[in-house]
Write a protein that binds this ligand. Sequence first.
Ligand SMILES: [Zn+2]
Length: 601
Amino acid sequence: MAEQLKPRTEIPEELTWDLSAIFETQEGFEAAAEQLPKDVQAFADQFDGKLDSVDTLIAAIKEYESLMAKGSHLGQYGMLPVSVDISDSEAQQQARHVSNVLASFGAGMSFFNSQIQEVDESTLNEVVEKEAQFGPFIREVKAAKKAKLAPEVEKALAQLDPVFEAPSEIFEQARSADADYGTFEVDGEEYELSFVLYEEVYMYHENPKIRRAAYDKFNEVLSKYQNVVATAYYTHLQSEKTLATMRGYDSIFDYLLESQEVDQELYHRQIDMIMNDFAPVMRKFITHLKDVHGLEKMTYADLKVDLDPEYTMPVTIEESKDLVQEALAPLGDEYVSMIMRSYPERWTDFAQNIGKRSGAFCSTTYGKHPYVMVTWTGQLTDAYTLFHELGHAGQGVLSNENNPLTSARPSLYLIEGPSTFNELLLTDYLKNKTDDPRMERSILSKMISRTYFHNFVTHLLEAAYQREVYKLIDAGKSFDAKKLSELKLSVLEQFWGDSVELEAGAELTWMRQIHYYMGLYPYTYSAGLTIATQAFLKIKSGEEKVDGWLEFLALGGQKVPAEATLVAGVDITTDRPLSDTIKYLDESVDRIIELTGELDK
Ligand SMILES: [Zn+2]
């Protein structure tokens, strides 16, 4: 596969993103990298130890924002090239250079964050009275103030940061560098295996023999590293728990949820309802998948197979423009033309080339247009990926346009809402356009097997397992690899029941995700999609207007999640968004089964 790919230098310009919107020339970038430390020094000269009046504070916040924007422009321009070509040594050198510049930038700016937390409440309140736009930022400052430790302790912790990051790096090294996945054999043919090849290719393979052989080999190799990974993970959780205690939190859950501005009730409800009420829907879907494929049993290795792998829908980049214009039309002309700018302005890197990293992302920086990385292979799934990332881009643009930098970023809890909302619009558009039952079934089943499986199953099961591990830590208990496998297996058993055979290796799923090192991140995928689904259903039924959703996209970090979603008519403090979502999915699965019945006739 890899040998057919072209080197980056042979890729036509129109398939690549245009970084000149950040810096017109390489010289401009280099000059900015040189200027930044001087600006930071000037900032420190002016404000270090002097945040003593309301006016000085306001001036400092404004200057802080301007410097943060400059830092992020350098970061983007410096780092983006490596993501599209890891084999480019110049790009690598540039990325390393920028990361050094940004490290000293962070160190030079850190006085501001710690000193603003020293300012008394009434002065902070006065800042907001004078400049309401800084309200959300001051809200965050006050929250951080509560958990603040003595300055010398904070400084020591900041210096120890690389040590706190070590466990996730040890995990990454074990699974990607040290582990040799070798090859596996099926019917006399040998297949190359790697972590990425398993997760991105073999897991979806339509041949059950290949799927299952890859699975066995993959887990056999993983299992050899289980003790080192469990130890790294335990170290990580111990440091999280220690920090939580030092900062005055009895519960590690409260500590980790603080930055999301979400309480435990929302967190637990999300996991409990999906584990209990959504599980039967997925079991029904997976059993149908088994029947359609004529499998004797559904194993854990089979879960990701497409319902109708032979049915493909090719889409060119040119055609994706029509899809964007038509499928996103419900969001209004202004939104659509904003997203359409992404083509002539080349926000997106579509290329397929040697050294391009896998996956997709959207990177948004203040004051510039977003950048999107996808790898276009010409299938409908690429259009879904593009819609997803452009959903992030749309929120990025609207949030940045309507907020100062310090409050432009929404809570992590909300992040996956706009991206998955656009996926739902694409599904709805394609579904309404066709009267071909096979196409409708393919679209609906992809919605379940990709959009929802990813957000509501894969990551949610990570979250459910992670919650059990954190409970152990909160209770002062320890764990080893065996215990983690037990916990993971019991979560999988609870969700899949008798519908899936959890053959050996399933329990090692806890070794497959970097998310475990990112606090309570995994459950937010389903939270975002729940918000998106509820908003989508309400707009579709006419219960809400699309304006509310657009207003929500422009909110940035102005409001805490429970208040922000209300703007879009979604009350996440109640059961309704999740129960409506689950009902919608249940009906979709029933429709898939009905369509199979029609096709079988
Ligand atoms: Zn996303």
